[in-house]
Design a protein around this ligand. Structure first.
Ligand code: HEC
Length: 235
């Protein structure tokens, strides 16, 4: 790693992690939602950092070695033990070892799902995600800003890797279910990706979708648009 990269890590930890209201250590800022760092979706664009991914390391290294990396064994700057408890570091290492998935199983390089059945996905979404939480159109919770909302459909289209991470792992600090814990199959994940990409991505689409539902075309799903922001630390 270059000095430049070390400096970025140190600044990141100092500014982003520590000043955050709730301490969040957003591994994805460097390693990517696809766990592939510069080899993956962060190979270009605003998130480009040139950092390596964690997927390969998770396959090759032991849990102890992964824990070590989080305590600075591979690089002093990459020591999170001041900010994360020992338990958190163990949990995170376990997640790295057992919880990561090669997202190429679901998505091509451009983020298009490799297969997936929209109808089965709709069933999964409506039985697991819509009721009480995201609503039929996936617009009940806005992860963005009131005027620039991000709904389930927005994430599914713009960042399907993030969607898959959230579907599999749940959302920290909420009661969101986890496909890993609920033992969803690869097909279930693909189906949900395929379906959620059909959901509204912005306010205009959300209004249209509501219109369809009112006229009965989409069946009896829960609807409603919430423009309350969820704050910056829920993504
Ligand atoms: C500011 C950027 C940044 C953040 C944030 C960050 N990392 Fe890293 N991470 C790196 C860099 C750079 C390396 C070292 C790559 C190298 O060896 O050259 C690394 C290495 C690793 C490795 C070892 C990879 C290997 O090949 O040995 C693991 C595991 C890891 N990070 C996990 C995490 C986790 C989990 C988090 C969140 C708590 C995290 N990282 C947060 C930049 C970051």
């Amino acid at each position: 790693m270059t000095t430049h990269q070390s400096n970025i890590i140190q600044n990141f930890i100092a500014k982003i992690c520590v000043s955050a209201e709730e301490a969040t250590y957003r591994c994805k800022e460097c390693h990517g939602w696809d766990y592939k760092g510069k080899e993956g979706a962060y190979a270009k664009g605003s998130h480009y950092t040139g950092f390596s991914g964690v997927y390969e390391a998770s396959q090759k290294k032991s849990i102890q070695e992964l824990e070590g990396a989080l305590k600075g064994s591979t690089n002093k700057a990459h020591n999170f033990s001041k900010y994360l408890s020992r338990e958190d570091i163990s949990d995170l290492s376990l997640f790295l070892k057992k919880g990561l998935v090669n997202t190429d199983r679901y998505l091509d390089k451009k983020g298009n799902p490799i297969g997936g059945d929209v109808n089965s996905g709709a069933y999964l979404f409506n039985t697991n995600c819509a009721h009480m939480c995201h609503g039929g159109p996936g617009t009940m919770i806005n992860f963005g800003k009131p005027d620039k909302p991000e709904f389930v459909g927005t994430i599914a289209s713009k960042n399907p890797w993030e969607l898959i991470h959230k579907v599999r792992s749940g959302q920290p600090g909420t009661k969101m279910i986890s496909a890993i814990i609920d033992k969803w199959s690869d097909k279930d994940i693909l189906d949900i990706v395929a379906y959620t990409r059909t959901l509204p991505k912005d306010l205009i689409e959300a209004k249209k979708f509501e219109g369809h539902m009112m006229s009965g075309e989409m069946g009896h799903h829960q609807s409603g648009i919430d423009t309350r922001g969820f704050g910056p630390f829920t993504r």
